[in-house]
Design a protein around this ligand. Structure first.
Ligand SMILES: N[C@@H](CCC(=O)N[C@@H](CS)C(=O)NCC(=O)O)C(=O)O
Length: 208
């Protein structure tokens, strides 16, 4: 049985969503962010020393890092679903998007959040952060133009991993200029499997 160590309002929402899409049995262990610091509670370090979410256990094996978890679940439990055929170019694109989400696209969005907390002291950094956000969101938006999904013609783990980029962009008030990202996120959030995560794990403000 897969156990998802789920932190509220976090990247682990997409792991619940993946499991719902695949119709797999799983258990959720809930952790709440500190209301002031937004950090995860120390109990998460008992699962993995980094103390971050998502982290899953499967038969005692611990997997952390969203892209690796998505890949692990799809390879071990997906039965060929939610990924392109590994012999195709589409699969290579799929792997690229899986890495790109956390390896590149999230960085300027996170910098925006952290530097924003510095107020005026952070002002000199904002032009560079803003140009990088525009660089990445522009690239994702153009990649989604005229497409329903980010790779191929059906949902894959790449959409699921990349969705957090679109969600955080929305929370930062940056999605308005990127209509293809905005429409894609709205389609993804309307899926019954995504909606099921809200019933099981409670409110997810980024999912609005
Ligand atoms: N790149 C990692 C990021 C993990 C991460 O930073 N998760 C956040 C939640 S979105 C977290 O655990 N924050 C609480 C903390 O740092 O204490 C992944 O995608 O798994």
């Amino acid at each position: 049985m897969i156990v998802v160590h789920h932190l509220n309002e976090s990247r682990s929402q997409r792991i619940l969503w993946l499991l719902e899409e695949l119709g797999l049995p799983y258990e959720i262990k809930m952790y709440q962010r500190d209301l002031k610091t937004r950090l995860a509670p120390p109990e998460l370090t008992a699962i993995h020393p980094l103390g971050k979410s998502p982290v899953i256990t499967d038969d005692g094996f611990v997997v952390h890092e969203s892209g690796a978890i998505i890949d692990y679940i799809i390879r071990h439990h997906g039965g060929g679903r939610l990924q392109p055929d590994p012999q195709t170019r589409a699969y290579d694109e799929y792997v690229q998007w899986l890495h790109y989400a956390e390896g590149s696209a999230m960085l300027p969005l996170l910098l925006n959040m952290y530097v924003g907390r510095l107020g005026e002291a952070g002002a000199p950094l904002h032009p560079r952060i803003n140009s990088e956000i525009a660089n990445h969101l522009g690239y994702v938006d153009r990649s989604l133009e005229g497409r329903e999904f980010i790779v191929g013609d059906s949902l894959t783990g790449a959409d699921i991993n990349m969705s957090f980029v679109g969600e955080v962009a929305g929370a930062a008030g940056r999605r308005g200029s990127y209509p293809a990202i905005d429409a894609w996120i709205q389609r993804l959030h309307a899926r019954p499997a995504f909606q099921a995560t809200l019933d099981k794990a409670g409110e997810y403000k980024l999912g609005r």
